[in-house]
Write a protein of this length. Structure first.
Length: 293
């Protein structure tokens, strides 16, 4: 590694000046003793981010234009629902455990899920220097929802970055221009109580008091509460199967649980109906990413 651990430490150190007074004073040994052994660093954050264009160029290019990320209010639907355009009420706790593991927890100041919103003007494929052709893949993307959980940890024993997130999408619209398809009122939510989480053939059932008796922080509890759940590991490893690639970027998707619904599917200017995907589970999925000649 142990680069990822250093990144977490550097992030914590970088946050200190924002909390400090303008007058710098030397710390004596007694003051330093008070600093040692503290519980970690907390960063409170509110922000809104705009990016004119993100472009990846090989021979041709893939460009994403007019990106805005903030609170749900950056979208018309989120604003109508009463949200502002700031990604706010965020509280980020950063700790380094005794074994060296870095632990980052994104929570909220008001105990409510974090509302988020995103708009994208277009996603395009662009010809290189030898041509002028272009294809618009997706345009007019607008979506908002809630983030209920985001935990990031770096395990020094395995050199794995683990990400656990629980979220929903309350409303998303976009056009797939090169196919002539429009998607309206897309939602993503938890898979629900009728899902077989552990694959043993049985589904979750309520106990005598009508609850599920689960740890509120567990994946099952988050999904039952209505939030889709993602758990994945990111690390440097070998290629898959018979691949001879080494030192590749590995992404292991441990599980994804969600329900997906589309309110309107527009083809040829007409709504052809709704689409629903119940109890979608993606498990034991591995990706190896590396460059090629």
């Amino acid at each position: 590694m142990k680069g990822l651990k250093k990144i977490a430490l550097a992030t914590a150190v970088a946050a200190v000046p924002f909390a400090a007074n303008a007058d710098l004073k030397a710390l004596d040994d007694s003051a330093m003793g008070n600093v040692t052994g503290q519980a970690g660093v907390t960063i409170e954050l509110e922000t809104k981010v705009s990016i004119g264009q993100f472009k990846y160029t090989d021979e041709g290019s893939f460009a994403v234009n007019d990106i805005v990320l903030g609170g749900a209010g950056v979208t018309a639907a989120g604003s109508t629902a009463g949200y502002n355009d700031l990604l706010d009420q965020l509280k980020i706790d950063i700790d380094v455990a005794d074994d060296g593991d870095a632990i980052i927890h994104v929570g909220t100041l008001d105990s409510n899920p974090i509302d988020w919103g995103m708009t994208v003007g277009s996603m395009e494929l662009l010809a290189g220097s030898t041509g002028s052709d272009s294809t618009t893949l997706i345009s007019n993307l607008s979506g908002w929802g809630n983030l209920a959980q985001l935990d990031i940890s770096v395990d020094t024993a395995s050199d794995h970055l683990n990400v656990v997130a629980a979220f929903d999408v309350q409303d998303m619209d976009f056009d797939v221009e090169f196919l002539g398809i429009g998607i309206r009122d897309l939602t993503i939510s938890g898979a629900g109580a009728n899902f077989d989480y552990d694959g043993d053939g049985s589904v979750m059932s309520a106990d005598a008091d009508g609850e599920f008796g689960l740890d509120p922080a567990s994946q099952e509890a988050q999904v039952l509460a209505g939030f889709a759940n993602v758990n994945l590991d990111v690390y440097k490893g070998a290629g898959l199967g018979a691949s001879t690639a080494s030192d590749v970027l590995r992404i292991d998707v441990n599980n994804v649980y969600m329900d997906v619904a589309i309110g309107e599917t527009i083809i040829g200017g007409k709504n052809i109906g709704t689409i629903a995907i119940d109890n979608l589970a993606v498990t034991d999925t591995k990706l190896a990413v590396y460059g090629h000649d």
